[in-house]
Ligand binder design. Structure first.
Ligand SMILES: [Zn+2]
Ligand SMILES: [Zn+2]
Length: 276
């Protein structure tokens, strides 16, 4: 099953892309600009290699970690999960059933049509990891996007440094000039796409929302407003606490994808109501 997940076109595409970015950055940009044997060049190469390694490691942790399925025979704790009159009745705290699995769904779980099962605290199904992003691999997903963003930004800066500082003379080397321009455009596109994705997930974590909950919440907020209630996401327990729930209580381990001892069973989650 795990081998099947790895031996897929999207995973090979990501590995190919990482290899391409790594080769161009280290053996073209750094080599051409500072030289790999020079101390400045080798320093850049070492830092970039570390970032590439951290990305690849986090990426495969995300690919190989089961996001979490609903245990067979799961029955929701109805008493605990029913919202009070003051709370948004459209939220996901109500006990829900999955028609396709013919079983109860814990709060925040959703059915994934690709994986053909309900996934705990499902965020989205990601084609690039050929896996669902859910309760157990969400941290690895965010951390891998973080390292990818830092690495491509670093590569883009090295590219600019190389082109501008060295005042490259491309006369008579048209193919090289085209290659540099193509890489510059591609790396800028990659950096901005990954940066936007990272900013989006930092926003979601700060509000303790999944991507699905964000879009569902828009409708729920409209309904709540119509009924004169204050829209409130029940799992938002304060920005810093929200970050610790996803990344862990120890900030020193926030960027390590396998530091997930804080992850609970995914069948219930703290709510703002617990703190009242
Ligand atoms: Zn289901
Ligand atoms: Zn899925």
């Amino acid at each position: 099953m795990k081998l099947e997940r790895i031996l897929s076109v999207p995973i090979f595409s990501v590995v190919f892309m990482v290899g391409f970015v790594y080769y161009v950055t280290v053996f073209i940009f750094i080599e051409d600009c500072s030289g790999l044997s020079a101390s400045e060049g080798s320093r850049h190469a070492m830092v970039f290699t570390l970032l590439a390694f951290l990305f690849v490691f986090s990426f495969f942790v995300c690919v190989l970690t089961d996001p979490g399925g609903v245990p067979p025979g799961f029955v929701p704790d109805v008493e605990h999960s029913l919202p009070s009159d003051q709370e948004d009745k459209t939220s996901h705290v109500n006990p829900r059933q999955c028609d396709k699995c013919s079983a109860y769904k814990p709060p925040r779980a959703h059915h994934c049509r690709v994986c053909r099962r309900c996934v705990l605290r499902m965020d989205h199904h990601c084609v690039w990891i050929n896996n669902c992003v859910g309760h157990r691999n969400y941290k690895a997903f965010v951390v891998s996007v973080f390292y990818a963003t830092i690495a491509t930004t670093y590569s883009w800066i090295l590219f600019l440094n190389c082109v501008l500082q060295k005042d490259q003379d491309f006369s008579g080397r048209m193919p090289l000039k085209i290659f540099y321009i193509a890489c510059g455009v591609m790396f800028l596109g990659l950096t901005s796409t990954l940066g936007t994705l990272l900013a989006w997930h930092i926003y979601l974590i700060s509000h303790n929302k999944t991507t699905i909950e964000y879009y569902d919440g828009k409708r729920a907020a409209w309904l709540a407003k119509k009924s004169g209630l204050r829209p409130h996401h029940p799992f938002d327990v304060g920005a810093f606490k929200n970050f610790t729930l996803v990344l862990g209580p120890n900030m020193l381990k926030w960027l390590w994808p396998t530091a997930v001892s804080h992850i609970k069973d995914g069948l219930s989650f703290p709510t703002a109501r617990d703190n009242l």
